[in-house]
Design a binder for this molecule. Structure first.
Ligand code: NAD
Length: 486
């Protein structure tokens, strides 16, 4: 049985109140770990340690020295690559190839990319005239924001957590991470890495627990946390924003989506089917950028539905380490129940279930896991619950459309604005449509292709602010103007 501790001021420590909660395997629901739940005083200690670290050895490092340390973090993650892959598989139940080729390497890259950004970012300066003719020089300094609280979700735990820790540390802040209660393993491993490479005590802290009345709330309501960056559900973001209002603390939010995939009749058919298949079903549909609403131009509608159905029915359920398995379970029983309730709602609302709609037969212990079938519906109207609400499962509704204007209006008819994926071979249309969808990221003939230097975030209720490349500096630093009278 694994025992997961909190990492505070450079040490792995138990809960000061002796509280422990259980972690269950998504594959079998077997009890696989005990996690020490951070108390209010543990969180307080973590915040105080982070505050002290700002003015200690960490605060005295030059940017180059910080960059070198962060390169060391990335290299040590790579040295322990198999440990990270294993931990993420245990936590999420998702296939090893996704961890191996996407989530863990991109997580390690988050430390190098933001270290490079910091090394190369210019400061602005302005000479201004003054009445005495001598003038004044203005220049800007980028200073760390201070103590940053990081609240992360379970769907791509390591990638999404390091996406925040990397830039926060590169900019000279100190952090307290509250990973999802479902997926604490890789954040704990990162604590070991920080310790090994010599990141000073208190710079990186981990507190485990839940949201309300637990570590999440203790952290976000702590008055000495200067800024909060959060990835998770929009509802949770609303609660955190209220907490951050006390003390007028800055927030950066990456939240839910109900993303549209748009396939025009002139798209390269097989590539479009593959693209929508990945965007709807990768990670068992637990990707914020995933597609739950698909709009297909009428001439190819029937053919497209049939092709996507065949692909959905070809997934190989199985243990993440099993050769050939490419489809894992949902994260938890609770989430499985939520997704199944939407599967039922779709039927109640009169959907045609093209494929799926239930739980697959799994052998042995895996019969107790959180498995679920990839599911496709057609035949619903724009106001159906499964067309409007984020499900965060492996499912999509496909609807035909006739004109470009109509599909743009449908894609935008949502309170969310995270991403879209548009498939067409008409270049002019590709640019036109991408520009008109109200989202933070619009893919054309691709999906989930990420250049870490670009701005990432959501419009409308999908987010506040942008992170990525130099955009991360907006949140993780304060710009200080120095005005020198000459
Ligand atoms: P969640 O909102 O339930 O939980 C996220 C984190 O917030 C967890 O660590 C949780 O413990 C914590 N939390 C919950 N209530 C809290 C509170 N009151 N105060 C402080 N912390 C609290 O989200 P989830 O179920 O872990 O993740 C799935 C959601 O995340 C989906 O909505 C998905 O779209 C979204 N997501 C968005 C992005 C993005 O980049 N936009 C990326 C991944 C996931």
């Amino acid at each position: 049985m694994r025992l997961i501790k909190n990492y505070i001021n450079g040490e792995f420590v138990d809960s000061s109140e002796g509280k422990v909660f259980k972690k269950y395997s998504p594959l079998t629901n077997e009890h696989i770990a005990d996690i020490q739940e951070a108390s209010r005083s543990d969180v307080d200690l973590a915040v105080k340690s982070a505050r002290n670290a700002l003015s200690g050895e960490w605060g005295l490092l030059t940017p180059d020295q910080r960059v070198e340390l962060l390169y060391g973090v990335a290299d040590e993650i790579t040295n322990r690559f198999e440990d990270f892959v294993e931990a993420e598989m245990v936590d999420t139940g998702q296939p090893s190839h996704v961890q191996r080729h996407v989530f863990i390497p991109r997580g390690a890259a988050n430390f190098k990319v933001f270290a490079d950004v910091i090394k190369n970012v210019p400061a602005e300066s302005f000479m201004m005239p003054t009445p005495d003719g001598e003038g004044a020089l203005n220049y800007s300094l980028r200073v760390p924001k201070g103590v940053v609280g990081i609240i992360s979700p379970w769907n791509a735990p390591f990638l999404l957590m390091t996406w925040k820790v990397g830039p926060a540390l590169a900019c000279g802040n100190t952090v307290i991470v509250k990973p999802s209660e479902e997926t604490p393993l890789t954040t704990t491993l990162l604590g070991e890495v920080m310790s090994k490479v010599g990141i000073p005590d208190g710079v990186f802290n981990v507190v485990n627990g839940f949201g309300p009345e637990s570590a999440g709330e203790f952290l976000t309501t702590h008055p000495e946390v200067d800024a909060i960056t959060f990835t998770g559900e929009t509802r949770t973001g609303t609660a955190i924003m209220k907490a951050a209002a006390e003390g007028c603390r800055d927030v950066s939010f990456e939240m839910g989506g109900k993303n549209a995939g748009i396939v025009f009749a002139d798209a390269e058919f097989d590539k479009a089917v593959d693209g929508i298949f990945r965007s709807a079903f990768l990670n068992t549909g637990q990707v914020c950028l995933g597609t739950e609403r698909v709009y297909v131009e009428r001439p190819i509608f029937e053919k497209f539905v049939q092709a996507l159905k065949e692909k959905a029915e070809s997934v190989s359920y199985g243990h993440p380490m099993e050769q050939g398995s490419n489809y894992g379970p949902l994260i938890s029983k609770e989430h499985q129940e939520k997704v199944l309730s939407y599967y039922q709602k779709a039927v109640d609302e009169g959907a045609t279930v093209v494929t799926g709609g239930g739980i697959p037969d799994m052998p042995g212990d895996m019969a107790n896991g959180n498995w679920i079938q990839p599911t496709i519906w057609t035949g619903l109207s724009d106001d159906a619950a499964v067309v409007r609400e984020e499900i965060f499962g492996p499912c999509c509704h496909i609807m035909p459309f006739d004109t470009e204007a109509e599909v743009i209006a449908k894609a935008n008819d949502t309170e969310y604005g995270l991403s879209t994926t548009v498939w067409t071979s008409n270049l002019a249309r590709a640019h036109r449509v991408a520009a008109k969808i109200d989202v933070g990221i619009a893919w054309v003939n691709s999906w989930f292709l990420r250049d870490l230097r670009t701005a990432f975030g959501g419009s409308k209720q999908s987010g506040i602010g942008r992170e990525g490349g130099v955009h991360s500096l907006e949140f993780y630093t304060e710009m200080r103007n120095v005005c020198v009278k000459l």
